[in-house]
Ligand binder design. Structure first.
Ligand code: C6P
Length: 411
């Protein structure tokens, strides 16, 4: 692609995002993305024209709200290629999706001495639910340590499994190192041992095509807000045979079939796991976000994000005081560049960048055990979305090149 073609594509895409403007480089997309007008319009239209409590009313408006909500479920099913909409549960976010498994699956499937295997690179949201589950059930929580660049080989994975491993939970893309785990291979090895495989897709679903049938994972968790949709809508994919046997997570309205004074029977999937009034507006926004992804296509999305990552890493490497964490290969960063600047605290880096209108994240990125393993208390992270541009990358680099001077170093 020529520079002019890339510029034209940048302009076409950026016109769709009202919050983005040339005055500010928003580079905290791993935390949350900005929203295209199509998503904002879809949510507004839903509340202007179709809002009622879905799944309850018999009147036309409630039927329309239900249709929109269920259409969104079908859009999610198709996006991740699940077999059935019964396997798509709407939650608030990836964290809630993981907690749902942490309660509802572990309850009946883990007992004292069983093992849960996770990696040290997990986000706290894919760590604390398993710490809690282990505490409740007496299961043992084991940690697989990657190589320093985040690599986990097949051999390392096989070694970490034991005959007592019942559950494996792993992120597909690390929110700190940006590296991608070979979830397909690991899920198949886990299955050979009879273990259930949970994939944290919070950082992968927005950036690469994820096909749950191809990966053959048992669960996949992700958040709408990291993929152009509103906050407050997330997804848990679960294999139907497993979901059917699980107890509900939350109890209350709409998740029941029949209630007596003594107890209740529960609704069919997926409603068994969606207690209370649902976030229909959020689901409609997620549907519009998925339509937007499908219009641009992952081929362009991945090319753009990889181009930006490569370009930024190459320019960063020209500064001898900057060290990038993770793989040397930009292809294995998926838009995430976490780095250190020698002699400058990450909070100072982020504050200086903020004064130059460059938005990055500083701190432990909700992955404290990973940073401890790497021997670094905190870092700075720039993370790209396909709507970012080379000019924004330049702005980041220019700002970074001024950081040490701002802190009083001679250069
Ligand atoms: N990571 C980040 O800046 P929620 O908060 O539920 O939408 O997503 C949780 C989550 C789970 N797994 C991974 C790999 C994640 O990266 C995140 C969220 C954000 O890195 C916010 S801490």
């Amino acid at each position: 692609m020529t520079k002019t073609e890339r510029r034209e594509e940048d302009e076409r895409i950026r016109r769709d995002f009202p919050l983005l403007n040339p005055g500010e480089a928003y580079l905290d997309n791993a935390a949350t993305t900005q929203k295209p007008q199509a998503v904002l319009d879809a949510v507004t239209e839903y509340y202007r024209k179709s809002n009622a409590n879905p799944l309850r009313g018999l009147y036309a408006l409630s039927v329309e709200a239900t249709r929109e909500y269920e259409d969104a479920r079908e859009a999610v099913r198709s996006f991740i290629n699940a077999k059935s909409t019964e396997e798509i549960i709407f939650t608030r976010n990836a964290t809630e999706s993981l907690n749902l498994i942490g309660y509802a699956w572990t309850e009946d499937h883990l007992s004292a001495g069983d093992e849960i295997l996770i990696t040290v690179m997990e986000h706290h949201s894919d760590m604390l639910p398993w710490q809690q589950a282990a505490r409740r059930t007496g299961a043992v929580l084991r940690y697989l340590e990657p190589l320093e660049d985040g690599t986990i080989t097949e051999e390392m994975f096989r070694k970490a499994l034991t005959p007592r491993t019942r559950l494996v939970c792993m992120t597909q893309i690390s929110n700190v190192l940006g590296c991608r785990n070979d979830v397909k291979t690991f899920a198949s090895i886990a299955h050979e041992q009879g273990a259930v495989f949970v994939c944290d897709g919070a950082q992968s679903v927005p950036h690469i095509p994820v096909d749950v049938q191809d990966l053959d994972v048992d669960f996949l968790a992700f958040s709408g807000h990291k993929m152009l949709a509103p906050m407050g809508i997330g997804v848990l994919y679960g294999r139907k045979e497993i979901l059917e046997k699980m107890q509900p997570f939350l109890f209350g309205g709409e998740m029941i079939e029949y209630v007596t004074r003594e107890g209740a029977t529960y609704a069919e999937l997926p409603h068994k796991f969606e207690a209370g009034t649902v976030n229909a507006g959020g689901a409609v926004g997620l549907h519009a976000a998925i339509d937007y992804y499908n219009r641009i296509g992952f081929e362009r999305i991945m090319e753009r994000e990889e181009h930006l990552t490569r370009y930024t890493m190459e320019r960063m490497r020209e500064n001898p005081y900057i060290t990038i964490l993770g793989s040397e290969d930009p292809k294995n960063h998926h838009g995430i560049i976490t780095f250190k600047v020698e002699g400058v605290h990450p909070h100072d880096i982020a504050a200086i960048l903020d004064s130059l209108h460059v938005d990055v994240r500083a701190g432990h990125h909700c992955a404290q055990p990973l940073l401890k393993f790497l021997g670094i208390p905190s870092t700075t992270r720039a993370s790209f979305c396909f709507y970012n541009t080379e000019e924004e990358a330049d702005r980041l680099i220019d700002a970074l090149n001024s950081v040490r001077k701002e802190m009083g170093y001679a250069e």
